[in-house]
Design a protein around this ligand. Structure first.
Ligand code: AMP
Length: 279
């Protein structure tokens, strides 16, 4: 497995790679959610490239950039074990040199849901992903449905800017108790992890209600709120019931493909989860 910390060295290597290239961009502290993306890429593509880069521009000033979990050595070992062809681990100055002054900003989907709580977030995400696509030049890129809005924003960027990359959505991988896997789960004590599974259970219950004929978005939001707030440690950031494509909130009767998503704080740790359903 090749390990690159320099863009130029990576590009030299890339020149000699032909066939399909699957790309898995990550912020490291790899867990089974990331590993499933790598497995999808290994299955679909001739070559798999994984990037590990904690992108500072997608963190708001009050967020956890400095404490974000990092363990590059362990990540690299795992990637070797998973037969990844190359790992790209750039530094901040390489990605954002001092005179860096260009951003990519998707302007419709980015301001909704996560964008309300995290105004600069998607500008940082699209800018770094566009840069990584230009460097890696993948034929396919794998993104988790756990970050449902991120997936949609990237799909829109690829469409709007004609990136020659196929975006492959991958299902949410969960801990045994249902909690969606996340690098940020490392912040949680065992007890809090157990309690945080209420997020998944509230979504599962509401999914069943929708499958049984519930069509009121108010009922859905009310039920999730009541269920999650029964857990004293939980502090809801938002509950959204939105059109799955446009991310516009649905206020009345639900129909078509909808995205139900939530962001919930457990102490300082912000956890997200979601599901889509066609009604
Ligand atoms: P991150 O390192 O958090 O930026 O995530 C890198 C990629 O892994 C993104 O496409 C995420 O959506 C995906 N991912 C993170 N957690 C999970 C999970 N539990 N299941 C599936 N994909 C995930």
């Amino acid at each position: 497995m090749q390990i690159f910390t320099s863009i130029a060295d990576f590009q030299l290597w890339r020149e000699n790679i032909s066939g399909t290239i699957g790309f898995v961009p990550t912020m490291g502290a790899l867990h089974k959610g990331h590993l499933s993306l790598v497995e999808y890429s290994n299955k679909k593509c001739d070559t798999t490239v994984v990037s590990i880069y904690v992108n500072p521009t997608q963190f708001n000033p009050s967020e956890d950039l400095s404490s974000y979990p990092r363990d590059v050595d362990a990540d690299i070992k795992l990637m070797k074990y998973y037969n990844v062809s190359a790992v790209f681990v750039p530094t901040d100055v390489m990605i954002y040199p001092n005179d860096f002054s260009t951003v990519i900003f998707e302007q419709q989907l980015s301001s909704k849901l996560e964008g309300i709580s995290r105004p600069a977030h998607f500008k940082g995400v699209t800018t770094v992903v566009a840069k990584l696509f230009n460097i890696v030049q993948p034929t396919h890129a794998f993104f988790g449905e756990k970050d449902a809005q991120q997936l949609r924003v990237i799909q829109k960027m690829v469409l709007d800017l004609n990136f020659p990359v196929e975006i492959v959505p991958c299902p949410i991988i969960r801990e045994e108790n249902g909690l969606a896997m996340s690098s940020r789960n490392e912040y949680l004590s065992d007890d809090t992890r157990k309690r945080a599974s209420i997020i998944f259970h509230s979504l599962e219950m509401v999914k069943k209600q929708l499958q049984a004929g519930e069509t009121s978005s108010k009922q859905v939001v009310g039920f999730i709120k009541k269920t999650i707030t029964s857990e004293p440690l939980a502090k809801i950031d938002y509950i959204s019931v939105a059109n799955s494509k446009t991310l516009v909130e649905i206020d009345g009767n639900l129909s078509g493909e909808i995205l139900v998503s939530v962001a919930v704080f457990f102490n300082k740790t912000r956890l997200v989860d979601n599901f889509t359903i066609i009604l």
